[in-house]
Design a protein around this ligand. Structure first.
Ligand code: C2G
Length: 437
């Protein structure tokens, strides 16, 4: 019996895929199809896959061409599979010609002519393209513009800023540039807001009242009630309101969150996150807004919202009278947490999650990490995880925003309760409920 194997994402299955599978099947007597896992696709740069792994497996199964379906999860798995399944022929489309010659050492390699005129990415692009407007005075908008180039279904078509001189030449090519937010709103389908936190509430409310989806940097607002009011408004208008914290969309961070919540390190007893930078420009907002939401993310996503007590201590800059370093301690029923954040003090930007069986160590800068370790008492059992991260998570965040709009359901990685609690904690700050040193 001649056994054939082939691999693919098989997103939005089309006749090009089916022709490949038919010809692969004809090469032998038994065909195994390896369908790529979501994380594996992300690490190899395919971030726009529309369908889940299960949907893609079901579609391949429905063709009736595969005698067996497996999941491709890591680089190099093909060699393991060829040995494990005693494969005679590996085949793939001619768009990969040459890339898998190394498999000749293990089996015959056959490249089949790719079917012209059809591809999953073209099918994805055919979906309505969402016109996104960027709002704010931060050079970070240049990064968002660059990242959007990797995302199917969205195009940056407008910019609202008072600070055009720090914007890139690329971003200045957009169709519509203004410093008038209300004019911008009439020219887009959705907005990405990175303005001062105290402007968010009014800007989000106006956008939603004009039928626009919103992706807004955290904190969404500075008042818990306002945050919940905006989510209600978005829901009533069938619009997407999504908080932007790019770390939540970094593959490594997502995986460590899932591992920890699955009990991998036992009961979580402590979460300790540090994020600091030295002011890259004279923000006239409290330093806690720069890093507070990011540092709060693992605390709230791992320990939840039933914190019994907080202690907020801030180091105040003598000149600006603003906090340039803040430490917040949290007391939960059976755990503690602490965050140290600052936009005027340097410290070790690591994340440590302490558990009853092991602990997670994420090296600095943990908030854009592609790597973490799970460390045990017996160091021989330590495990290292690596997930390539392109673009600090911004492109994945934009993909999530687009998918939410296209599917008309919130598919973001940050629960509304977490967004609410970030607002609540920062509101303590707004009200001055913190100790100054
Ligand atoms: N294909 C084809 N004709 C097309 C599109 C795709 O013959 N018009 C083939 C591809 O060459 C591949 C298979 O169909 O052999 C699945 O294509 P994709 O889902 O795009 O997956 P891809 O990333 O190309 O998978 O490691 C090998 C890769 O996983 C191949």
């Amino acid at each position: 019996m001649i056994k054939v194997i082939t691999y693919g994402t098989y997103d939005l299955l089309h006749h090009g895929h089916i022709r490949l599978l038919e010809r692969a099947k004809a090469l032998g007597d038994y065909l195994i199809v390896g369908v790529t896992a979501d994380d594996f696709d992300k690490t190899r740069g395919k971030i726009n896959v529309q369908q889940s792994l299960i949907e893609r497996i079901e579609a391949v199964k429905a063709t009736g061409l595969a005698d067996e379906i497996i999941i491709e999860e890591y680089e190099g798995q093909k060699i393991d599979d060829i040995k494990k399944y005693d494969i005679d022929i590996f085949t793939v489309g001619s768009d990969w010609v040459g890339k898998f010659d190394y498999l000749n050492e293990y089996c015959e390699v056959v490249y089949l002519e790719r079917t012209k005129g059809i591809s999953s990415s073209e099918l994805r692009e055919e979906k309505r393209s969402i016109h996104l407007g960027l709002v704010g005075n931060s050079s970070f908008l240049n990064k968002v513009k660059d990242e959007a180039e990797y995302v199917n279904g969205i195009q940056i078509s407008a910019l609202c800023t008072d600070n055009l001189n720090i914007m890139s030449d690329e971003i200045k090519k957009v169709d519509f540039i203004t410093n008038d937010y209300f004019k911008l709103i009439n020219n887009v389908d959705a907005v990405y807001i990175r303005s001062l936190p105290n402007m968010h509430y009014d800007q989000i409310k106006y956008a939603l009242n004009n039928g626009k989806h919103v992706l807004c940097e955290s904190p969404l607002t500075l008042d818990e009630k306002q945050t919940m009011e905006l989510f209600e408004l978005a829901k009533s208008k069938n619009l997407i309101l999504m908080e932007a914290i790019k770390t939540a969309y970094a593959t490594a961070y997502r995986r460590l969150l899932l591992l920890v919540k699955s009990g991998k390190i036992g009961d979580i007893v402590s979460v300790d996150a540090t994020c600091t930078s030295l002011k890259n420009n004279d923000n006239d907002w409290p330093g806690i807004y720069e890093w507070g939401p990011t540092a709060l993310l693992p605390v709230l996503q791992m320990l939840g919202s039933n914190c019994k007590d907080y202690r907020i201590v801030s180091h105040i800059d003598k000149n600006t009278q603003l906090d340039n370093f803040t430490k917040i301690d949290f007391l939960y029923e059976h755990s503690v947490a602490s965050i140290k954040v600052g936009d005027g003090v340097k410290s070790e930007g690591q994340l440590i999650i302490s558990g009853t069986k092991a602990y997670v160590y994420v090296p600095a800068p943990w908030w854009k990490t592609d790597y973490f370790e799970i460390r045990y008492e017996n160091q021989n059992n330590n495990q290292r995880y690596f997930y390539r991260l392109e673009g600090e998570g911004i492109r994945h965040e934009l993909v999530s925003f687009v998918k939410s709009i296209e599917n008309n359901i919130y598919l973001g990685n940050i629960d509304i309760i977490v967004t609410r609690d970030i607002t609540k904690i920062l509101n303590f700050f707004e009200k001055g409920i913190y100790q100054k040193i």
